[in-house]
Design a protein around this ligand. Structure first.
Ligand code: ATR
Length: 271
């Protein structure tokens, strides 16, 4: 019988996911015997799909849009990061057969922000957007001890609700109310998906030391990073490093070995 362990990424759509390429590369580099596939989840079938996968020998999986909340509900136990995010991107079958849920997105982001010398400790940070992506990064960013975080969102009540979870450090507002300068601006809205730029005043973007869009693209450009570059911001990045970072942390949770970040980024984004 084969000893090869099975992993997969679950979501819908799923065919575009880079996770199989990343995890197969990590497995090769760390000499781990595993396969990693893609599983399309039809609406309303997440729980059955996961349980069938685990019954057939799956040891863990990544979970992507739109299933992260379903994974959160399915897990028997949760990391603090998953609890704070209210969402799970990594499931692991534990030795006793129970299912553990983690969220590695925010820690993947923080790893990348540090690698790129983006200001964090003591910084004034603007987060654009107040949906699931913003919620998922809050705790790891707060753990870096920024001076202040401002969340700006079209729907102001959502920004205020997310900010109220961390009342000492975080304020929520609309785009018109933004003032002062920010060390770091993170676009956690889904605006770049549709090629839009959130309505943040040019002077606010231009005043940032660093800009990071959680979205990524093959060309490393998004509508928001293009805007920041046009305003001469020096340190401008898309979310490709976050993708690698979150994958490394999932792999480490499953296998107990940590793939090397620099080797992976050189392989998948050589420019
Ligand atoms: P996710 O869970 O992936 O973050 P979401 O919950 O739908 O997705 O949230 C998307 C976020 O992007 C929201 O903050 C949304 O603003 P609203 O809450 O006001 O809808 C924001 N967003 C989407 N398109 C945007 C755009 N063109 N400009 C500004 N914000 C946008």
């Amino acid at each position: 019988m084969s000893n090869t362990d099975k992993y997969a990424v679950l979501g819908n759509p799923i065919e575009h996911s880079m996770s199989p390429l990343l995890h197969e590369f990590f497995a090769e580099k760390t000499s781990q015997d595993l396969t990693y596939g893609r599983i399309l989840v039809e609406t309303g079938t997440f729980e059955k799909t996961v349980r069938d996968f685990f019954k057939s020998g799956g040891r863990g999986c990544n979970v992507t849009v739109p299933c992260k909340l379903d994974a959160y509900k399915l897990a028997d136990s949760l990391s603090d990061y998953a609890k704070a995010a209210g969402a799970v991107n990594t499931l692991k079958v534990m030795e006793d057969g129970s299912i553990y849920g983690d969220n590695t997105d925010g820690r993947g982001l923080v790893y990348d922000l540090k690698r790129l010398s983006c200001p964090l400790a003591g910084a004034r940070i603007l987060i654009i957007g107040a949906g699931g992506a913003a919620k998922g990064i809050m705790l790891p960013i707060i753990n870096e001890d920024p001076k202040e975080i401002v969340i700006a969102n079209r729907t102001v009540s959502k920004a205020q609700a997310l900010a109220s979870v961390y009342p000492q450090k975080v304020k929520g507002c609309g785009f018109d109310e933004l003032e002062g300068s920010f060390d770091l601006i993170i676009n956690a809205s889904s605006s770049s998906l549709s090629g839009d730029v959130p309505p943040v005043k040019d002077e606010i973007i231009a005043g940032a030391k660093a800009v990071y869009d959680l979205m990524y693209s093959k060309t490393a450009k998004t509508a928001f990073t293009e805007k920041a570059l046009s305003l001469n911001v020096q340190n401008v990045n898309d979310g490709f490093g976050m993708l690698i970072g979150q994958a490394i942390l999932s792999f480490e949770l499953w296998r107990g070995v940590k793939p090397d970040f620099d080797t992976a980024i050189k392989k998948f984004r050589p420019c």
